[in-house]
Design a protein around this ligand. Structure first.
Ligand SMILES: C[S@@+](CC[C@H](N)C(=O)[O-])C[C@H]1O[C@@H](n2cnc3c(N)ncnc32)[C@H](O)[C@@H]1O
Length: 276
């Protein structure tokens, strides 16, 4: 297990990330100037369809101002900042990658949201929270890095309140083998894709009941086509986070989606009520 986590950590090791982000953001204004979560969206929404996907997932999950939200595998914190700014909720992010958590805290200071949004370095398989703490848990483009899905979904269930919602947005296996490297794994050794049906089975087996289920593969393909047609990327893009090979990783994701090897799934579940 530790070896698997080390491999994933290594993929997201991002040496000197916060310094690179500081440099990349100079064209948005001086260090003391407050930024908005929207201004950061080209580099801090680390999943297909960027901010649009986060907005849709939050709507499906019914996030509201009085809620306490957990973002599992929060990356550099883009979804957490956007949700807090849009809905007024409190958001806690956890991520395996220490450099990502450092970067998330830095960017959250830049948006002035440190009172509402916080981050911790931890594994999704061992969440550092008491039982029943959160109203909603989000998992966006993280499950494909996790082999022990039973434990992942049980941990998420454990930290949710009774009636709490679990909203997931992930890449799934369709048919054939994916081309590597991809944005979450440079080799198959740290990629643990499941089909959509197997994902649902694992989530329900943990104790959830399905509320919404959406195959977003066509929307993802349309987004890939739009990105390809829109010319050179914004200089503040995910290449700043992942390094110069990110263009190749992203291109392979596009190829896998267009060839039907991979798909994209959005689903929302609720904690199954305990019958007395
Ligand atoms: C593709 S990024 C997505 C980040 C974020 N959810 C987003 O959509 O912007 C995958 C993230 O999952 C994190 N991750 C992978 N395995 C994890 C684990 N076992 N526990 C916590 N975080 C994990 C990685 O460190 C990385 O930040």
């Amino acid at each position: 297990m530790t070896d698997l986590l080390d491999g994933v950590r290594d993929h997201y090791r991002a040496t000197g990330l916060t310094e690179r982000l500081k440099a990349a953001l100079t064209n948005l204004g001086p260090e003391e100037q407050r930024l908005t979560p929207q201004q950061l969206a080209t580099l801090d929404q680390f999943h297909t369809r960027g901010l649009v996907a986060t907005t849709e997932l939050a709507r499906l999950a019914g996030i509201a101002a009085d809620m306490s939200v957990l973002d599992v595998g929060s990356g550099i914190g883009g979804p957490a900042r956007f949700l807090a700014a849009t809905y007024g909720c409190q958001v806690t992010g956890v991520d395996l990658s220490e450099p990502f958590v450092d970067a998330a805290r830095y960017l959250t200071e830049r948006t002035g949201q440190s009172g509402q949004v916080s981050f911790q370095t931890a594994s999704a398989l061992e969440l550092p929270f008491d039982d029943g703490r959160f109203d909603v848990a989000l998992l966006q483009h993280v499950a494909m890095n996790i082999s022990d899905r039973a434990r992942l979904y049980r941990e998420i269930l454990r930290v949710l309140k009774s009636g709490g919602k679990f909203a997931t947005f992930d890449v799934v296996l369709n048919s054939g083998s994916p081309h590597y490297p991809v944005p979450w794994a440079r080799t198959p050794a740290t990629s643990f894709l499941l089909t959509a049906a197997a994902t649902r089975e694992a989530i329900e087996a943990a104790g959830f009941r399905m509320l919404a289920w959406q195959d977003d593969s066509e929307a993802a393909k349309a987004w890939i086509a739009q990105v390809r047609a829109s010319g050179p990327p914004d200089p503040a893009n995910l290449g700043v986070v992942m390094g110069p090979d990110f263009a190749q990783l992203a291109a392979n994701l596009g190829r896998n989606l267009l060839e039907g090897r991979l798909g994209v799934l959005t689903a929302v579940f609720e904690v199954t009520p305990i019958k007395s």
